[in-house]
Structure formats: structure tokens, C-alpha cells
Design a protein around this ligand. Structure first.
Ligand SMILES: Cc1ncc(COP(=O)(O)O)c(C=O)c1O
Length: 290
């Protein structure tokens, strides 16, 4: 059954969300407002394990007939943890499960939007969500967000009232239209992958040259580096502080974002700072090992 043939899951109590790492915030509880919020606030969300289709199927069986939708991010990016790419079979399996149960597949593209592909992050796997949320990349710094929905949800979306003081500002909306047009015109996604490749390959070579064990995970457009086996982020905090002292701001516990504004020369100068920062951390590493 395609998403267009189906009915919206009215009156169903159960959204499924990904079980996250212990310290990660839960976007659904923290950020959703409107229909379904009572269910989420009352703890009626059931949690599956990312990339584990059997954990989703088990919940669907346990709550037969109650499934409203599955909330999922295009890959796993809990703050402070190594990132985990999606298994395409998991993405396709979620689509199938939602289709079989007349439930909605809800993709959180707030961070990933326009960074994995121009037509939606799971387009490459042939998976189309029923709802997807967008923000950061569409506004290029302006405060704007969007929810894209399948036609089948249009009536439901129009049936409840929501508003806000700044929701109808024209400037962020024009900025979003211009950003999206420029991203398409200049093939921004390919540019970000190329700059991300330059950065990540450089970081890998540098860490290896100092014999520092690092994990670099996630797509090239949104990499995250961690020092292997470190749970308290102490080396990561030291490395990012050394980078900051050299004018480069990289987050110690959050994935990073490549930008279309970054040139090859910009990334090369970032790599000068990261190399020196690795050098300083290597001294601490050898002290810690003594
Ligand atoms: C993956 C993800 N989803 C949702 C949100 C929440 O977005 P907003 O602040 O626009 O509500 C964020 C915020 O950073 C996010 O990173």
C-alpha cells in the first residue's frame, strides 16, 4: 500500500520513538507541541532500538492496532556519542511496517535536511516519509522551520489551531526559499561532501600520525570525532579547547555541520589548527599512559 492510499491513524494512542543513549535529550518529549502530546507526556511512547527492525516489530505485535506512527532520525546522532549510519534495510523495513499498519513514518530532518541528499535523506534508499520536520539548513541562520506532510494528512493538519507571535514573518520564509534555491543551483550537497571528505581524511591522517585512537563517525557532511574508549570526554574537551585557542570552534559533544560557505582553503586552515591541537593532546595521552 503506498502512503497516498492510506487513512491517517486517527485516535491511535501509540507513537514509537527511538530509544536513545542515556544522556541524550528526547526530541519528541522535549519538542513536540499539539496533537499527540498528551500521549507522549503520559509516557505512552514506546521505544525501539535504532537499526533493530525486530525491536520495532516486537512493539507493533505487543500494541497491535494502536500504532500511530514511528518517529526516526535519518541516522543515529545522539549528542556526545559516536554516530551510527542507518542500515537501508531498516529504513525500508520501517516504511513497510508503517504501510502494513496504516501508521505514519515521521522523519526528523531538522539536522540532516539537505546534508545527506537534496531530495530527503532517505531518498537514496527509496523511502519516503509521511511527515518530515525541517529547520536549520533551510533557513541558513534565519528562524524558520517546516513540516512536510503526505496529502493524506492535509485535512488532519488543517483541523487544529496553532499559532505564534513570529510565525508569519516574511523575511525568514524568503530566506528559506533563497537558501533552498541556492543549494540546488550550486549543488550544495556535493560541495559539502567534498569539503567534509577533505576535513575527515585530514583528521584521520593527523590522529594516526600522533598514534591517537579516534573514531570519526557519521556522514562526511556531519562528522563527529571522539577519542576511542573515552566516556568522560576529557581528551575531547582538551582537543576542542586547543582548537578554540587556535580560532577553530568544534563541538566536543555534538556533531558538526559542513557548510557550503567553506572553501578548500578554509578547511586547510582548520586542519592546521586541528593538527597542532592533536599534538598537544598527544602529550597528555603519553602522560596519562605513564
Ligand atoms: C534532530 C533535532 N530535532 C529537533 C530539534 C528541535 O528543533 P527546534 O528547536 O526547531 O524545535 C533539534 C534541535 O536542535 C534537532 O537537532
Amino acid at each position: 500500500m503506498s502512503s497516498r492510499d492510506r487513512n491517517p491513524p486517527t485516535g491511535r494512542p501509540l507513537p514509537l520513538g527511538p530509544r536513545q543513549s542515556p544522556t541524550a535529550g528526547r526530541w519528541p518529549e522535549d519538542h513536540l507541541i499539539g496533537v499527540g502530546v498528551e500521549q507522549i507526556a503520559e509516557g505512552k511512547t514506546a521505544y525501539y532500538t535504532y537499526n533493530d527492525l525486530a525491536s520495532v516489530e516486537k512493539l507493533v505485535t505487543e500494541h497491535h492496532g494502536d500504532l500511530a506512527g514511528v518517529i526516526v532520525s535519518p541516522f543515529r546522532h545522539d549528542a556526545g556519542f559516536d554516530q551510527e549510519m542507518v542500515d537501508p534495510a531498516f529504513a525500508q523495513g520501517l516504511r513497510r511496517i508503517c504501510d502494513e499498519n496504516d501508521a505514519m513514518l515521521i522523519l526528523d530532518e531538522v539536522r540532516t535536511g539537505f546534508r545527506m541528499s537534496f531530495g530527503g535523506s532517505w531518498q537514496q534508499y527509496g523511502v519516503r516519509p509521511d511527515l518530515s520536520s525541517w529547520s536549520k539548513a533551510i533557513g541558513n541562520g534565519y528562524p524558520v522551520a517546516a513540516v512536510l506532510g503526505a496529502e493524506v494528512l492535509r485535512e488532519a493538519a488543517g483541523s487544529f489551531f496553532v499559532t505564534g507571535t513570529f510565525w508569519f514573518l516574511a523575511v525568514p520564509m524568503v530566506a528559506a526559499l533563497a537558501s533552498i534555491a541556492l543549494l540546488e543551483e550550486h549543488d550544495g550537497v556535493t560541495h559539502m561532501f567534498a569539503r567534509g571528505n577533505q576535513l575527515v581524511s585530514g583528521l584521520r591522517e593527523q590522529a594516526a600520525s600522533y598514534s591517537l585512537p579516534v573514531n570519526i563517525t557519521g556522514p562526511l557532511t556531519m562528522p563527529y570525532l571522539s577519542f576511542a574508549d573515552e566516556t568522560d570526554h576529557q581528551f575531547m574537551l582538551a582537543w576542542t579547547a586547543e582548537c578554540a585557542a587556535r580560532g577553530v570552534s568544534v563541538h566536543p559533544k555534538h556533531n558538526w555541520f559542513m557548510s557550503t560557505a567553506l572553501s578548500e582553503a578554509d578547511v586547510a586552515s582548520v586542519l592546521v589548527a586541528t593538527d597542532a591541537a592533536f599534538g598537544e593532546v598527544a602529550k597528555r595521552y603519553s602522560l596519562a599512559e605513564q
